[in-house]
Ligand binder design. Structure first.
Ligand code: FO1
Length: 306
């Protein structure tokens, strides 16, 4: 079994590529829940949904979130009413949140509901919420304002200067069902090319998860989300400069060196390989951009092969 620490799009592509090499039943994604929010009374889990939709072949490749071929009638009506329409929930996507919320109210666990959604969409890969306890990523801006994750990400288009990222609730949180077992028994743990500060850090902020990954350091391989010092999507480069170790392969190595023994970096960053090794990680240089099925497969082969 292969365990993958997951954010959203980068992780979804990594899992999709891995599933061409490993039976999907033997893939377990441990998924970030720090972006999750309650809006209109509905529980919304963006990373779990992005991965589920992608593995089901239903992902919206234009937006990078939500479902393909989506319609927006509910949002249009809500906007006309003057309701909160800044966070776009498509008509079909809304059904996912209605279904999840109702089952949570009935007392079902997020892990069970996630399994039901995967089964409904015909996805054999297992996705485990990193925790079922309250956990929320928040931002302190340069102006000392506190923003929730989606206020920063969507409302402010991640274009505000940040002083600190906080993972609220992490210290008290315990791993979700199955997470520790997966991390203890996986042949390999892969850290997907997701944002280290806001996608991977909230998973590792759960103390028992971090400890479990540290214990498997020699079997853990991380993939850098940077290509030429830039994130392909989202604010990883900016946040690594603002609150991390810098937007370079060396900065990623400093972020991950205690939990992973190998860092896979893009070929355009090859010049950083000696600095990655000096920081204490083995370095593998290859193409990391998963923009075609062939390139994604090649990266998956490299990640499994090191
Ligand atoms: N991202 C946006 O940029 N704008 C949106 O309106 C938006 C809505 C949305 C609804 C459901 C969902 O699962 C994800 C959604 N996202 C939206 C993406 C989300 O903000 C980010 O992808 C993640 O939280 C960061 O990984």
């Amino acid at each position: 079994m292969i365990a993958v620490l997951c954010g959203g799009v980068g992780a979804a592509r990594m899992l999709r590529a891995l599933s061409r090499l490993v039976p999907a039943e033997e893939l377990v994604g441990v998924v970030n829940v720090g972006d999750d929010l309650t809006l209109h009374g509905l529980r919304i889990c963006p990373d779990l949904d992005t991965i589920t939709y992608t593995l089901a072949g239903l992902d919206n490749t234009e937006t990078g979130w939500g479902l393909t071929g989506e319609t927006w009638r509910v949002m249009e009506e809500l906007r006309a009413l003057g309701g909160e329409a800044w966070f776009g929930l498509g008509d079909r996507d809304l059904a996912t949140h209605l279904y999840r919320t109702q089952r949570l109210i009935q007392g079902d666990r997020l892990s069970e509901i996630t399994a039901s959604l995967l089964h409904h969409h015909g996805v054999a890969t297992t996705l485990l919420p990193a925790t079922e306890d309250p956990l929320a990523t928040t931002f302190e801006t340069a102006d000392h304002e506190t923003l929730s994750f989606q206020e920063y990400f969507v409302r402010h288009h991640h274009a505000v200067a940040i002083r600190a990222v906080r993972i609220e609730g992490a210290q008290e949180a315990t791993p979700g069902p199955g997470v520790l077992e997966a991390l203890a028994t996986a042949e390999r743990i892969i850290i997907s090319p997701s944002n280290p500060i806001i996608s991977i850090a909230p998973i590792l902020a759960v103390p028992e998860i971090r400890e479990a990954v540290v214990n498997r350091r020699s079997d853990t391989v991380a993939v850098s989300p940077l290509v030429g010092g830039r994130a392909l999507k989202g604010p990883a480069d900016r946040l690594l400069e603002e609150v991390g170790h810098g937007a370079t392969a060396e900065g990623i190595a400093r972020t991950y060196r205690e939990i992973a023994s190998t860092l896979v970096i893009d070929q355009v960053d090859a010049e950083w390989a000696p600095a990655v090794e000096a920081a204490g990680m083995a370095c593998v240089v290859t193409g990391t951009v998963m923009d075609t099925p062939e390139r994604s497969l090649r990266l998956a082969e490299v990640v499994l092969g090191v």
